[in-house]
Every structure is written in C-alpha cells, then in structure tokens.
Design a protein around this ligand. Structure first.
Ligand code: HEM
Length: 419
C-alpha cells in the first residue's frame, strides 16, 4: 500500500471533515475509511476531540496493547454508560469475572447442547410465524430482533426482556454510539439505565436468596476472591449484557439477509453448499461489522506513525475500517461467502484477522453464541426458502459506531420441502 503519512494540515482538516460527515450515519463510510487508511491512518479530529485509527495493524494494537490503551470511563460516549462491567475491568479481576459469563455462553458443551436447543427452538418459534410470498415478511421485526433478544432473556431468566427494548435502545445510543457526547442522548441513556436498574434490583435480591441455574443467578451468587459481585456490579452486568448481546447480533443478521437478498448468486451458493454457512456469517461481520467502532483512552504517551498521542487522549478505534484494510484482506470491498472457508472458527476468537469482535483481553465474550445464533438462523431460512427477495430498493444502512439497516422486509419464496 502506498503510504503518504504526514499529509499537510489542510488535507488533514479535509479528511477530518469527511469523517465528521459520517457521524450522522447516512453516508457510505467505506470510501472515507479508504482515504483515511491511505493518507491519515492516525488522524486527530478536533470536532470529535479524538484520535481516529483506521488501519488493521493500529486497530489491533489498540485492542491488544493494554499498556498504552485503556478504557475511557465516566465521560459521555463510552461503554461506561452501563456502569462498571467487564470492559471496565482489567487483569485478574477481569479474568475471573468474565469467567462467570464465559462458562454460560462459551462452553463448547453448552453450545452444542442446551444453547443449541434453545436457539433452535426460538428460531423455529419466530421464523415459523413469518409469512411466505406473496406476503411481505418483516424479517427484522419478526426474526432478527426477537431471536437474540429472547436468547438473552432466557439466559438471564428475564423473559420480560422483550418488554423493555426501549431501555436498552436508549442505553446503547448513549454508549460508544454517542460519538459527539451529546448531553441529551447521555441524559436519556442514564434515565433508561436507572429504570432498568430499578427493575432488576428486586430480582437480584430474589436471586441472591434463591439462585437458579442461569446466568443472572450466577452473577448474583458466584464468588470472586471470597466476595460476591456487588449489587451495582450485577446491575451494570445486566445493562451491558442486554445491550451487547441483543442489538449486535440483530444488526449482524439484518445485514446478512440484506446482503444475501442483494446477491441471489451468493444465496444460491450457500444454499447448495452448506459448508459455506459459517464462512458467510464471518464474512458479513467483516464486510458490514455491526459494531463499526469502539473507544479507548491513551493510558501512556506513545508515538504512532509519527504522531504523538498523550495520556488521557480519546481514541476512536474503527473496526469497520480495519475489516476493509487491503493489507489484511484481499479484495476487501467484495462480499465473498467463501473467504473464510476452513478458517471460520478463528474469526470468532482473537486468533483470526476479523476485528468485528475486537481483539486482546476484551474480545467479545459472546462471539461463539453470536456464531451459533447466526449460523442457525441462516440455515433455517436456507432450508425454508428457495430464494429471498427484497421488497423495493434495499433499505440503506444507518449509524456510525453501530451500523445496519433499520428495517428489513423480504418476500420469502418457500422451498419445495415446505410448499
Ligand atoms: C455479532 C454479534 C456481536 C458483535 C459484533 C459483538 C462485538 C463486540 C465487540 C467489538 C466487543 C469489544 C468491545 C471493546 O473492546 O471495546 C465486544 C465485547 C463484549 N461482548 Fe460482544 N458482540 C456480539 C455479540 C455478543 C453477545 C451475543 C454477547 C453476550 C451474550 C456479547 C457480550 C460481550 C461481552 C460480555 C463483551 C465484553 C468482553 C470483555 O470486556 O471482556 N456480545 N463485543
């Protein structure tokens, strides 16, 4: 790649302006990401008061190098909107408390048995209610939203989760998505968080007295160095898990079905060769990462590509740009369902080059659960539908730090087996 590091201040200002133009979320970000990666991979953006990283190497370093990059806390536009949960923890405390969550959602045994059965049952329940063509199926409202929502609801024994989607939407909007630090968005997020906290507090009391066999009871009852998680920590974990586990997978599935509807040849290819299902799921996470960016703070002064980053500076880590870096992925702007054939699983762990789940110590705990949900939902529709067809033009993607189409309506043409 041609590197033109050290472009003049005028050009930097132009690039920063192009970046800010993406924040409202209606423009295609990928051409701007390409310019940034090429000309100003470590860009200071005054309007966002942050450094912006776009190359795969730098994004990966920001995730992995805990000495120089830490969590930004206590300011609007960060994941600390949830309170103190896993992302805000480090070292031994992080390792042990993340193990409480991992044993419920990363255990190979559970992923193959209880979790697989639960996910299959929920997909069947919601998917079975979607109408076939000529009727129009609301694939987002009827499948990609309720499946991950109900999965988290059942995991936490909070089946009422479906009723409080407005809480987690407001909380998510006030997290890293609030890239300008808008005080109103932040205030609405805090209000929603308080309502969620008020809702879960009596449940936590109950679970402490009578723990059941599910994740929320584990959070309420398991001990870390002889101490249980405090009520505040359990509440923060609830807020974070509801947000991290639902909207992300929902967006991933929406983008997957939108892309496969746009590319009937890719749909047919995966339908004919099911060994491509997993690769197609990893590829959509690369091609249209649901979490396009996250935030860090410089923990210790460092020099990166000739730029001096000072302790305390905010850093926006653009995963969506890293996933399109030609240094890491051949023909990155092409959606290729075969791209990860044979290397699917590493993409859902820190080992693979895919950055949709971050990297380093804070790599997404739910990535294997997301893999299960995505693969099973895709397989379900491949079995049921000969083809899927967009109703009118494809809905445009929206959002900057979190990005996907806000709705997805399709005509589902039944396969011979279900006709
Ligand atoms: C396709 C779906 C998903 C995507 C794209 C995704 C993306 C991410 C990303 C990028 C991070 C790292 C954030 C950072 O370092 O700043 C993360 C962390 C995390 N995610 Fe996910 N996620 C998904 C699904 C899930 C699910 C289903 C769950 C739980 C049920 C979950 C739970 C978590 C947790 C607990 C962390 C924090 C890990 C830690 O701090 O150690 N995620 N996720």
């Amino acid at each position: 790649m041609v590197t033109r590091a050290g472009v003049g201040p005028g050009r930097e200002a132009e690039l920063a302006e192009a970046l800010v133009g993406l924040v409202d979320g209606d423009r295609d970000p990928y051409p701007v990401y390409a310019l940034l990666r090429d000309e100003a991979p470590v860009l200071w953006c005054d309007a966002l008061s942050a450094w912006v990283l776009t190359r795969w190497d730098d994004v990966t370093r920001a995730f992995e190098d805990a000495e120089h990059f830490g969590q930004l806390m206590g300011t609007p536009g960060t994941s600390s909107i949830h309170g103190r949960a896993l992302l805000q923890m480090t070292g031994d405390e992080h390792r042990r408390k993340s193990a409480i969550v991992s044993r419920r959602i990363r255990s190979p045994r559970l992923l193959e048995s209880a979790l697989a059965e639960m996910v299959a049952r929920l997909i069947e329940h919601f998917g079975g209610a979607l109408p076939f063509a000529p009727e129009v199926a609301d694939v987002k409202g009827g499948l990609t939203t309720p499946v991950p929502l109900s999965v988290i609801g059942e995991l936490m024994d909070m089946q009422e989760a479906a009723r409080f989607a407005h809480w987690y939407h407001a909380i998510v909007a006030a997290g890293v998505a609030n890239v300008r630090g808008d005080p109103d968005v932040h205030a609405r997020g805090l209000e929603a968080r308080q309502e969620l906290y008020d809702f879960v507090t009596p449940i936590i009391e109950q679970k402490r007295l009578h723990p059941g066999d599910e994740l929320l009871s584990d959070l309420c009852s398991m001990e870390y160095e002889g101490e249980q998680l405090s009520d505040d920590e359990v509440r923060s974990f609830c807020s974070f898990l509801l947000s991290a586990g639902i909207e992300t997978t929902d967006r991933a599935l929406t983008s997957l079905f939108k892309q496969l509807a746009l590319e009937p040849a890719s749909w047919q290819r995966v339908r004919d060769d099911r060994s491509l299902v997993s690769s197609a799921c990893a590829e959509i996470l690369r091609f249209r990462a649901p979490v396009q960016g996250t935030v860090r703070v410089v923990a210790r002064d460092l020099e990166l590509r000739g730029r001096k980053l000072r302790a305390g500076d905010k850093v926006i880590v653009l995963v969506g740009a890293a996933n399109h870096d030609p240094e890491a992925f051949a023909e990155p702007d092409c959606f290729d369902v075969t791209r990860f054939l044979g290397t699917e699983r590493p993409q859902f762990t820190p080992i693979g080059p895919l950055r949709a789940f971050g990297a380093g110590a804070h790599t997404c705990t739910g990535s294997l659960l997301a893999k299960l949900e995505m693969e099973r939902t895709l397989t379900y529709l491949l079995d049921r539908c000969e083809r899927i067809e967009l109703v009118g033009p494809a809905p445009a993607d929206a959002g900057f730090m979190l990005r996907s189409a806000p709705s997805l309506e399709l005509r589902l043409h039944p396969s011979a087996a279900v006709r």
